[in-house]
Design a protein around this ligand. Structure first.
Ligand code: CP3
Length: 350
């Protein structure tokens, strides 16, 4: 297939040689961009923005107009799945996402519907195809979903949480109930990502934002097991091309080897692990993505540039590095600092 003008990301994910490491940023579309805030205001609410394919497409493309990025990421949210499970998602200003209903009892879990992506989440599938055609092959489009564990934290706690007390109680006190919930979520995520791939997503990433809050044994049993199951169920070949899968467990450095053995193509690393150490552990088995601390974007330009150079030196002269932050860009970041970060990656060299 030759419809992609810039296939640096796909090549790096396949551990093939590239002229320089590709770069994109988690949360590259969002509130740090004034042009995003304008469209968001027009939409009235975040979910209205996600539900309107033209607006979702517009904000997906905004960071590409500003910076020479090597990928677009679908504008949506990981919480679309619990929203489609009728839990009543809403956003309380300053407090983050919340759900009207929580999932705690045996009956809550049993009665939870598994959404059908093509019907219940058709607005996301439409956004993917709209964005894919608007991109016109400039760069690949990344689709995404949350991991079952991370989605479960929001659904069981009813929103963001510091200690995940309710869900952790469930995994230790009634593990079979937790497994039933995670199994439903794994089926929903697999179906959702496959619908995105059929609609035109050329790469998919699974965000396991809260996997790092688990003990070693619990991570393997309640998060990694379901990530493996999803990877095994995904469409891996579409439009004559391999569809790479990136797994990102924040604070997951401890399990890098096991995540790399899950069948994924790449592992996202936050900033707590050195890229060179990560590369030594995985060798050429998977690509690595990351890992600059997003807080570096609050520092002067020369500090940002030095940090990019350090990460490049740490990773070394191997194929398979995708530059990114170790977590999403925060709303307070100055877009000019993102420009410096991307520019320094694009300069390449040692
Ligand atoms: O990366 C991208 O540019 C694509 C868009 C994207 C969003 N959310 C847009 C968004 C992605 C990939 C996500 C994933 C997501 N959402 C995660 C996993 C990644 C991570 O950062 O850990 C999580 C945990 C969520 C849940 C969620 N949705 C939170 C915590 C928030 C912020 C709430 C707040 O008020 O601060 C959201 C809403 C959200 N998702 C916004 C954006 C741009 C901001 C909402 C707005 O514009 O009002």
């Amino acid at each position: 297939m030759t419809d992609l003008q810039n296939d640096r990301l796909l090549r790096a994910l396949a551990r093939e040689p590239v002229d320089r490491a590709p770069v994109w940023l988690m949360r590259q579309a969002g509130r740090y961009l004034p042009e995003y805030r304008r469209v968001r205001e027009q939409a009235g609410s975040f979910m209205n923005l996600c539900r309107n394919a033209d607006m979702a497409c517009e904000v997906t493309l905004q960071p590409l107009e500003r910076f020479p990025l090597d990928a677009a990421i679908l504008f949506s949210d990981i919480l679309t799945i619990p929203e489609a499970m009728d839990l009543g998602l809403y956003f309380e200003p300053g407090e983050g996402p919340k759900f009207q209903k929580t999932v705690r009892t045996e009956a809550d879990v049993r009665d939870l519907p598994v959404p059908d992506a093509d019907t219940d989440l058709d607005y996301v599938v439409n956004a993917v195809s709209t964005i894919r055609s608007a991109l016109g092959g400039r760069v690949p489009l990344i689709g995404f979903a949350g991991s079952p564990w991370t989605l479960a934290t929001y659904m069981v706690e009813g929103g963001s949480s510091r200690d995940f007390r309710q869900l952790k109680t469930m995994i230790y006190a009634t593990p079979e109930r937790a497994h039933e919930l995670l199994d439903k979520l794994a089926r929903a995520v697999t179906d959702y990502l496959n619908a995105q791939i059929r609609a035109g997503a050329q790469v998919v990433q699974i965000f396991d934002t809260w996997g790092g809050a688990l003990s070693d044994a619990a991570y393997r049993e309640f998060s990694l097991r379901y990530l493996e199951r999803i990877v095994a169920g995904l469409i891996r070949e579409h439009e004559g091309r391999h569809v790479p899968v990136i797994l990102f467990t924040k604070n997951g450095g401890l399990w890098l080897n096991d995540i790399a053995a899950s069948g994924c193509d790449a592992v996202g690393l936050d900033w707590t692990m050195n890229m060179g150490e990560g590369r030594r552990q995985v060798g050429g088995r998977v690509a690595l993505q990351g890992n600059m601390d997003p807080a570096v974007l609050h520092a002067p330009a020369e500090v940002i540039r030095a940090e990019v150079q350090r990460i490049r030196r740490d990773y070394g002269d191997h194929p398979g590095h995708v530059f990114n932050l170790g977590h999403g860009v925060t709303p307070e970041v100055d877009p000019d600092s993102v420009a410096v970060f991307v520019d320094e990656v694009c300069r390449g060299g040692d």
